[in-house]
Write a protein that binds this ligand. Structure first.
Ligand code: ATP
Length: 436
């Protein structure tokens, strides 16, 4: 194979290797290799690096050189020994997943992060970051994961107003203030071991004794802040969790009677609230003309509305190992993307139908499509292809035309234009004035 010296991302990758890989773990990273086909941890789309996963490699120093990889969508440098404040990430405008946990990064919350509007998952846990979280963090309204645990972040937690978080943890920091209601559905463990947090779920703000425990400066939980490339994050966090619990138990100022009284009080309030909610929904369901049938329908839709973001939601299509390329067919003959683009696109679950699950997929070039992943087609390749050709010929103003389909050994995907006006249930029952 000819040398690939002119690959646009090669200089940045080689510079990173020379500054951050002193133990020479990245042996496949040489100037004569094509980064897209032979470099360990590198994946590409259209000959540009879009995914870089370099975990547990004892990488050191800073990673400034990687900020030139402007097509990056996923960057994971978990469990290494990288140091210093984060470089300016402003150029990584396509970044969707950023995992930097268990390193020795320091400095303030990176000022460039809030400009990354497409970021879905951010994990800075188990590092030495400090200072307050800027209010600009709320610009990242796509975030579904925010993990900041085991750092030295401080300041008022009320600044956090992110609405779409599904995974959240700020334990083991120095945060204070009242937990905002948008975060109160997360468990106590997401807030434990902070300076002075209060509000649900850690305790009432008006009763000082119930605020989240303050770790003493010399307690083990406070001294183990730096990351170690050899320790697994799950073990570390479990141990800290336990030490925090013990500390809480022995240093509590409230008597056992008071605790029992509070628990009984809480249970009674919970029962009362559940009863009120139950009565409210029961009355509504009787009122609405759909009675019990409509209720089960609404439950089904709510379940379908649960948003699932991941790099690949299609269970069998593993891009890393054993992925066997199938056939991608565009019914109008114009090839607009490859199956790899589909599988790597961030996906949002739209709903479940009789034949599988539908996802909204945002492609690299910004195009949005709806992908229907078929559970089980029950038919072989040629027969499936024939069915798809027939389906592709259907033209009717009330039927959405099939644009493309893919079939591999395990996977069958149907691709449609994405319709952004919501689903039929919501149009009938909620957005009455809108049109499909
Ligand atoms: N092209 C699309 N654009 C936007 N949303 C879509 C699109 N296709 C499907 N959906 C959403 O996904 C849900 C599931 O769709 P799907 O086609 O899998 O099932 P269905 O039509 O409800 O049932 P069945 O599979 O039995 O025909 C739909 O209810 C709709 O809300």
């Amino acid at each position: 194979t000819p040398p690939e010296n002119n690959h646009p991302d090669l200089p940045s990758l080689l510079l990173f290797k020379s500054t951050s890989d002193p133990s020479n773990q990245l042996t496949s990273w040489t100037a004569s290799n094509n980064p897209c086909t032979t470099f360990f941890g590198v994946s590409c789309l259209h000959n540009r690096v879009t995914r870089l996963v370099l975990e547990n490699l004892n990488l050191q120093n800073r990673f400034d050189s990687l900020t030139s990889l402007t097509h990056l969508r996923t960057l994971s440098l978990k469990n290494n020994n990288l140091t210093g404040p984060l470089p300016d990430l402003t150029n990584l405008t396509s970044l969707k997943l950023l995992f930097l946990s268990n390193n020795q990064f320091s400095g303030n919350f990176p000022a460039s992060l809030p400009s990354l509007f497409t970021l879905y998952r951010l994990d800075l846990s188990l590092n030495n970051f400090s200072g307050e979280i800027p209010a600009t963090i709320n610009q990242m309204n796509h975030l579904v994961t925010l993990r900041l645990e085991q750092n030295r972040f401080s300041g008022d937690v009320t600044v956090l107003k992110l609405q779409n978080l599904q995974e959240f943890n700020i334990s083991g920091n120095e945060f204070s203030g009242e937990i905002p209601s948008v975060l109160s559905s997360f468990p106590v463990s997401a807030f434990s071991k902070n300076k002075n947090l209060c509000g649900f779920p850690v305790g009432n703000c008006t009763e000082p004794g119930l605020a989240s425990p303050v770790d003493k400066p010399d307690s083990p939980a406070n001294t183990v802040i730096s990351s170690s490339p050899t320790s697994m994050p799950s073990t570390t966090s479990f141990r800290r969790e336990k030490s925090g619990g013990d500390h809480n138990g022995s240093g509590g100022k409230i008597s056992t009677v008071a605790i029992v009284a509070i628990i009984i009080g809480d249970i009674m309030v919970l029962v009362l609230v559940s009863l009120i909610i139950y009565c409210y929904f029961w009355r509504n369901s009787v009122k609405s003309n759909g009675n019990s049938k409509s209720k089960s329908m609404s439950e089904k839709v709510l379940e379908g509305e649960k948003i699932v973001y991941s790099t690949s939601p299609y269970p069998n299509a593993n891009m890393q190992a054993g992925f066997e390329r199938g056939k991608m067919v565009f019914l109008d003959g114009v090839r607009r993307f490859e199956v790899e683009d589909l599988l790597r696109a961030s996906a949002e679950m739209l709903g479940k139908g009789g034949f599988g699950t539908a996802y909204k997929a945002v492609l690299d070039d910004g195009n949005v499509v709806a992908v229907k992943w078929m559970k089980e087609a029950g038919i072989g390749g040629r027969e499936f292809e024939h069915h798809m050709e027939v389906l592709g010929m259907v033209r009717h103003s009330n039927i959405l035309s099939l644009k493309a389909y893919y079939f591999g050994r395990d996977e069958k995907l149907l691709v449609y234009d994405y319709l952004s006006n919501g689903n039929l249930f919501w149009l009938l029952h909620v957005g009455c004035n809108r049109k499909l």
